[in-house]
Design a protein around this ligand. Structure first.
Ligand code: NAP
Length: 275
Protein backbone atom coordinates (compact mmCIF):
# COMPACT_ATOMS: atom_id res chain seq x y z
CA UNK A 1 0.00 0.00 0.00
CA UNK A 2 1.19 3.49 -0.81
CA UNK A 3 1.73 5.82 2.19
CA UNK A 4 -0.76 8.66 2.62
CA UNK A 5 -0.22 12.31 3.56
CA UNK A 6 -2.68 14.48 5.48
CA UNK A 7 -3.66 17.95 4.26
CA UNK A 8 -4.31 20.95 6.53
CA UNK A 9 -8.06 20.38 6.07
CA UNK A 10 -7.81 16.80 7.36
CA UNK A 11 -8.21 15.07 3.98
CA UNK A 12 -5.65 12.50 2.89
CA UNK A 13 -3.88 11.89 -0.40
CA UNK A 14 -1.29 9.39 -1.68
CA UNK A 15 2.41 10.26 -1.28
CA UNK A 16 2.96 9.80 -5.05
CA UNK A 17 0.63 10.48 -7.97
CA UNK A 18 0.27 10.21 -11.72
CA UNK A 19 0.58 13.19 -14.11
CA UNK A 20 -1.61 13.09 -17.20
CA UNK A 21 -0.39 16.03 -19.29
CA UNK A 22 -0.20 14.90 -22.96
CA UNK A 23 -2.27 11.77 -22.33
CA UNK A 24 -5.15 12.41 -24.70
CA UNK A 25 -7.59 10.35 -26.76
CA UNK A 26 -7.95 6.57 -26.69
CA UNK A 27 -4.21 6.04 -26.14
CA UNK A 28 -4.39 8.45 -23.22
CA UNK A 29 -7.32 6.57 -21.66
CA UNK A 30 -5.40 3.30 -21.98
CA UNK A 31 -2.31 4.81 -20.31
CA UNK A 32 -4.36 6.19 -17.42
CA UNK A 33 -6.15 2.85 -16.94
CA UNK A 34 -2.81 1.05 -16.85
CA UNK A 35 -1.52 3.55 -14.26
CA UNK A 36 -4.56 2.79 -12.08
CA UNK A 37 -3.92 -0.93 -12.55
CA UNK A 38 -0.30 -0.35 -11.47
CA UNK A 39 -1.62 1.06 -8.19
CA UNK A 40 -1.67 4.85 -8.66
CA UNK A 41 -4.59 6.44 -6.80
CA UNK A 42 -3.83 10.14 -7.36
CA UNK A 43 -4.51 11.53 -10.85
CA UNK A 44 -3.43 15.03 -11.89
CA UNK A 45 -5.19 16.79 -14.76
CA UNK A 46 -6.26 20.34 -15.71
CA UNK A 47 -8.91 21.94 -17.89
CA UNK A 48 -6.06 23.11 -20.12
CA UNK A 49 -4.73 19.57 -20.69
CA UNK A 50 -7.95 18.92 -22.63
CA UNK A 51 -8.08 15.38 -21.21
CA UNK A 52 -10.51 15.58 -18.29
CA UNK A 53 -12.96 13.42 -20.28
CA UNK A 54 -10.23 10.83 -20.75
CA UNK A 55 -9.43 10.88 -17.03
CA UNK A 56 -13.11 10.36 -16.13
CA UNK A 57 -13.46 7.57 -18.68
CA UNK A 58 -10.30 5.84 -17.41
CA UNK A 59 -11.64 5.91 -13.84
CA UNK A 60 -14.91 4.32 -14.95
CA UNK A 61 -13.15 1.77 -17.17
CA UNK A 62 -10.76 0.74 -14.40
CA UNK A 63 -13.66 -0.52 -12.27
CA UNK A 64 -11.97 0.94 -9.17
CA UNK A 65 -14.50 2.60 -6.83
CA UNK A 66 -14.45 6.36 -7.46
CA UNK A 67 -13.91 7.16 -3.78
CA UNK A 68 -10.61 5.24 -3.81
CA UNK A 69 -9.15 7.65 -6.39
CA UNK A 70 -7.94 11.16 -5.57
CA UNK A 71 -8.69 13.38 -8.58
CA UNK A 72 -7.02 16.78 -9.01
CA UNK A 73 -7.89 19.32 -11.68
CA UNK A 74 -6.96 22.97 -12.24
CA UNK A 75 -8.55 26.28 -13.14
CA UNK A 76 -7.05 27.98 -16.23
CA UNK A 77 -5.91 31.62 -16.37
CA UNK A 78 -8.77 32.71 -18.65
CA UNK A 79 -11.27 31.79 -15.93
CA UNK A 80 -9.85 33.78 -13.00
CA UNK A 81 -12.57 35.70 -11.11
CA UNK A 82 -15.25 34.63 -8.63
CA UNK A 83 -18.17 33.76 -10.94
CA UNK A 84 -15.87 32.55 -13.70
CA UNK A 85 -14.29 30.06 -11.27
CA UNK A 86 -17.66 28.56 -10.32
CA UNK A 87 -18.53 28.14 -14.02
CA UNK A 88 -15.13 26.75 -14.94
CA UNK A 89 -15.33 24.22 -12.13
CA UNK A 90 -18.68 23.03 -13.45
CA UNK A 91 -17.16 22.60 -16.92
CA UNK A 92 -14.33 20.48 -15.44
CA UNK A 93 -16.73 18.45 -13.32
CA UNK A 94 -18.93 17.73 -16.36
CA UNK A 95 -15.87 16.77 -18.43
CA UNK A 96 -14.76 14.38 -15.71
CA UNK A 97 -18.29 13.07 -15.21
CA UNK A 98 -17.80 13.11 -11.44
CA UNK A 99 -19.97 14.32 -8.56
CA UNK A 100 -16.99 15.93 -6.83
CA UNK A 101 -13.30 16.61 -7.34
CA UNK A 102 -10.80 15.77 -4.58
CA UNK A 103 -8.49 18.72 -5.13
CA UNK A 104 -9.06 21.88 -7.17
CA UNK A 105 -6.07 24.12 -7.89
CA UNK A 106 -5.53 27.58 -9.41
CA UNK A 107 -3.17 26.60 -12.26
CA UNK A 108 -1.08 29.83 -12.36
CA UNK A 109 -1.34 32.99 -10.21
CA UNK A 110 -1.16 35.55 -13.07
CA UNK A 111 -0.19 38.44 -10.74
CA UNK A 112 -0.51 40.98 -13.57
CA UNK A 113 -4.25 40.21 -13.81
CA UNK A 114 -4.43 40.28 -10.00
CA UNK A 115 -7.56 38.16 -9.53
CA UNK A 116 -6.10 35.20 -7.69
CA UNK A 117 -7.44 36.25 -4.27
CA UNK A 118 -11.09 36.47 -5.41
CA UNK A 119 -10.52 33.29 -7.43
CA UNK A 120 -9.44 31.47 -4.28
CA UNK A 121 -12.53 32.79 -2.47
CA UNK A 122 -14.64 30.98 -5.09
CA UNK A 123 -12.59 27.83 -4.53
CA UNK A 124 -13.53 28.00 -0.85
CA UNK A 125 -17.21 28.28 -1.82
CA UNK A 126 -16.80 25.11 -3.89
CA UNK A 127 -15.22 23.39 -0.90
CA UNK A 128 -18.06 24.52 1.39
CA UNK A 129 -20.55 23.06 -1.11
CA UNK A 130 -18.67 19.75 -1.06
CA UNK A 131 -17.95 19.93 -4.78
CA UNK A 132 -14.18 20.24 -4.27
CA UNK A 133 -13.09 18.31 -1.18
CA UNK A 134 -9.80 20.26 -0.90
CA UNK A 135 -8.61 23.47 -2.52
CA UNK A 136 -5.14 24.70 -3.30
CA UNK A 137 -2.93 26.50 -5.77
CA UNK A 138 -0.14 25.86 -8.23
CA UNK A 139 2.90 27.94 -9.12
CA UNK A 140 2.29 30.38 -6.25
CA UNK A 141 5.27 32.21 -4.72
CA UNK A 142 5.60 33.09 -1.03
CA UNK A 143 4.17 36.52 -1.74
CA UNK A 144 1.07 35.13 -3.51
CA UNK A 145 0.48 32.62 -0.72
CA UNK A 146 0.89 35.28 1.98
CA UNK A 147 -1.71 37.49 0.30
CA UNK A 148 -4.24 34.66 0.12
CA UNK A 149 -3.62 33.71 3.74
CA UNK A 150 -3.70 37.31 5.02
CA UNK A 151 -6.70 38.51 3.00
CA UNK A 152 -8.90 35.40 3.24
CA UNK A 153 -7.66 33.69 6.38
CA UNK A 154 -7.59 30.27 4.72
CA UNK A 155 -4.34 28.48 3.89
CA UNK A 156 -4.33 26.56 0.58
CA UNK A 157 -3.96 22.82 1.24
CA UNK A 158 -1.46 22.28 -1.59
CA UNK A 159 0.94 24.28 -3.76
CA UNK A 160 1.96 22.33 -6.87
CA UNK A 161 5.27 23.75 -8.10
CA UNK A 162 8.10 22.97 -10.48
CA UNK A 163 10.40 20.75 -8.42
CA UNK A 164 13.13 18.34 -9.56
CA UNK A 165 16.88 17.94 -8.96
CA UNK A 166 17.58 20.88 -11.32
CA UNK A 167 15.26 23.09 -9.24
CA UNK A 168 14.89 21.75 -5.68
CA UNK A 169 12.91 24.74 -4.33
CA UNK A 170 14.46 24.73 -0.84
CA UNK A 171 12.98 28.08 0.22
CA UNK A 172 9.46 27.26 -1.02
CA UNK A 173 9.51 23.88 0.71
CA UNK A 174 10.49 25.53 3.99
CA UNK A 175 7.73 28.11 3.63
CA UNK A 176 5.21 25.34 2.91
CA UNK A 177 6.35 23.38 5.96
CA UNK A 178 5.92 26.43 8.21
CA UNK A 179 2.38 26.99 6.92
CA UNK A 180 1.26 23.33 6.73
CA UNK A 181 0.94 23.42 2.93
CA UNK A 182 1.68 20.16 1.10
CA UNK A 183 4.19 20.49 -1.75
CA UNK A 184 3.46 18.68 -5.00
CA UNK A 185 6.29 18.41 -7.57
CA UNK A 186 5.46 18.96 -11.22
CA UNK A 187 7.86 17.67 -13.89
CA UNK A 188 9.45 15.63 -11.06
CA UNK A 189 11.76 13.86 -13.54
CA UNK A 190 12.70 17.17 -15.15
CA UNK A 191 10.87 15.82 -18.19
CA UNK A 192 14.05 14.79 -20.01
CA UNK A 193 16.84 12.28 -19.73
CA UNK A 194 19.64 14.33 -18.39
CA UNK A 195 18.87 14.03 -14.64
CA UNK A 196 18.69 10.23 -14.65
CA UNK A 197 21.95 10.12 -16.65
CA UNK A 198 23.85 12.15 -14.03
CA UNK A 199 26.71 10.05 -12.54
CA UNK A 200 25.64 11.13 -9.03
CA UNK A 201 22.22 9.59 -9.63
CA UNK A 202 23.39 6.45 -11.43
CA UNK A 203 25.91 5.71 -8.64
CA UNK A 204 23.21 5.92 -5.95
CA UNK A 205 20.93 3.74 -8.09
CA UNK A 206 23.59 1.08 -8.40
CA UNK A 207 24.19 1.06 -4.65
CA UNK A 208 20.50 0.49 -3.88
CA UNK A 209 19.90 -1.83 -6.88
CA UNK A 210 17.15 0.44 -8.20
CA UNK A 211 16.87 2.57 -11.35
CA UNK A 212 18.09 6.20 -11.60
CA UNK A 213 14.47 7.35 -12.07
CA UNK A 214 13.50 5.59 -8.85
CA UNK A 215 16.30 7.45 -7.04
CA UNK A 216 14.91 10.78 -8.26
CA UNK A 217 11.34 9.92 -7.22
CA UNK A 218 12.51 8.61 -3.82
CA UNK A 219 14.40 11.91 -3.36
CA UNK A 220 11.05 13.76 -3.76
CA UNK A 221 9.31 11.48 -1.28
CA UNK A 222 12.05 11.97 1.34
CA UNK A 223 11.96 15.74 0.82
CA UNK A 224 8.32 15.46 1.86
CA UNK A 225 7.01 16.44 -1.59
CA UNK A 226 4.47 14.48 -3.66
CA UNK A 227 5.86 13.73 -7.13
CA UNK A 228 3.37 13.26 -9.99
CA UNK A 229 5.45 11.61 -12.74
CA UNK A 230 3.84 11.08 -16.12
CA UNK A 231 4.52 8.05 -18.30
CA UNK A 232 2.59 6.61 -21.19
CA UNK A 233 4.33 3.23 -20.77
CA UNK A 234 3.03 0.55 -18.34
CA UNK A 235 6.56 -0.66 -17.48
CA UNK A 236 7.74 2.84 -16.62
CA UNK A 237 4.55 3.51 -14.68
CA UNK A 238 5.30 0.45 -12.52
CA UNK A 239 8.95 1.47 -12.15
CA UNK A 240 7.97 4.99 -11.05
CA UNK A 241 5.44 3.69 -8.53
CA UNK A 242 7.87 1.28 -6.87
CA UNK A 243 9.84 3.68 -4.66
CA UNK A 244 8.70 2.76 -1.16
CA UNK A 245 11.02 -0.21 -0.57
CA UNK A 246 14.34 1.59 -0.08
CA UNK A 247 15.68 4.66 1.68
CA UNK A 248 18.26 7.27 0.70
CA UNK A 249 20.76 8.55 3.27
CA UNK A 250 20.90 12.27 4.11
CA UNK A 251 24.17 12.48 2.12
CA UNK A 252 22.54 10.88 -0.92
CA UNK A 253 19.62 13.33 -0.71
CA UNK A 254 22.11 16.20 -0.53
CA UNK A 255 24.05 14.91 -3.57
CA UNK A 256 20.88 14.76 -5.67
CA UNK A 257 19.98 18.29 -4.51
CA UNK A 258 23.44 19.46 -5.58
CA UNK A 259 22.39 19.02 -9.23
CA UNK A 260 20.53 22.34 -8.89
CA UNK A 261 20.90 24.62 -11.92
CA UNK A 262 17.71 26.37 -13.11
CA UNK A 263 14.05 26.05 -14.04
CA UNK A 264 13.39 23.83 -17.06
CA UNK A 265 11.90 26.39 -19.42
CA UNK A 266 11.60 29.64 -17.51
CA UNK A 267 8.16 29.08 -15.95
CA UNK A 268 8.57 31.97 -13.53
CA UNK A 269 5.22 32.42 -11.70
CA UNK A 270 5.74 36.21 -11.60
CA UNK A 271 5.74 36.49 -15.38
CA UNK A 272 4.55 33.24 -16.97
CA UNK A 273 1.01 33.65 -18.29
CA UNK A 274 -1.08 30.68 -19.37
CA UNK A 275 -4.69 31.30 -20.16
P1 NAP B 1 7.85 14.35 -15.92
O1 NAP B 1 6.85 13.53 -15.23
O2 NAP B 1 8.98 14.94 -15.16
O3 NAP B 1 8.50 13.55 -17.13
C1 NAP B 1 7.72 12.90 -18.09
C2 NAP B 1 8.67 12.36 -19.18
O4 NAP B 1 9.57 11.40 -18.63
C3 NAP B 1 7.93 11.71 -20.30
O5 NAP B 1 8.62 12.03 -21.49
C4 NAP B 1 8.07 10.21 -19.99
O6 NAP B 1 8.08 9.47 -21.18
C5 NAP B 1 9.42 10.15 -19.32
N1 NAP B 1 9.51 9.09 -18.31
C6 NAP B 1 8.63 8.85 -17.30
N2 NAP B 1 9.04 7.82 -16.54
C7 NAP B 1 10.20 7.37 -17.09
C8 NAP B 1 11.10 6.32 -16.77
N3 NAP B 1 10.87 5.53 -15.71
N4 NAP B 1 12.20 6.15 -17.55
C9 NAP B 1 12.42 6.96 -18.61
N5 NAP B 1 11.60 7.97 -18.97
C10 NAP B 1 10.50 8.18 -18.22
O7 NAP B 1 7.17 15.57 -16.71
P2 NAP B 1 5.73 16.23 -16.84
O8 NAP B 1 4.77 15.37 -17.56
O9 NAP B 1 5.99 17.59 -17.34
O10 NAP B 1 5.25 16.41 -15.31
C11 NAP B 1 4.41 15.47 -14.65
C12 NAP B 1 3.03 16.04 -14.42
O11 NAP B 1 3.08 17.28 -13.71
C13 NAP B 1 2.27 16.43 -15.70
O12 NAP B 1 1.82 15.29 -16.42
C14 NAP B 1 1.19 17.30 -15.15
O13 NAP B 1 0.16 16.49 -14.59
C15 NAP B 1 1.94 18.07 -14.05
N6 NAP B 1 2.41 19.41 -14.48
C16 NAP B 1 1.87 20.51 -13.87
C17 NAP B 1 2.29 21.80 -14.22
C18 NAP B 1 1.69 22.98 -13.52
O14 NAP B 1 1.90 24.11 -13.98
N7 NAP B 1 0.99 22.80 -12.44
C19 NAP B 1 3.28 21.98 -15.19
C20 NAP B 1 3.83 20.84 -15.79
C21 NAP B 1 3.40 19.56 -15.43
P3 NAP B 1 6.97 8.32 -21.51
O15 NAP B 1 5.62 8.93 -21.30
O16 NAP B 1 7.25 7.99 -22.93
O17 NAP B 1 7.26 7.18 -20.58
Amino acid sequence: MIPMKTLNDGNQLPALGFGTYKLNGEDGIRSIVSALEAGYRLLDTALNYENEKEVGEAIRRSGIPREEIFVTTKLPGRHHGFDETLLSFEESRMNLGLDYVDLYLIHWPLPRIDKYVETFKAMITLREEGLARSVGVSNFTEEHLKRVIDEIGVTPAVNQIELHPRFPQGAMREFHARHDIVTESWSPLARGNEVRDEPVVTAIAEKHAVTPTQVVLRWHVQLGAIPIPKSSTPERQRENFDVFGFELSQDEIASVSSLESARLWGGDPETNEEF
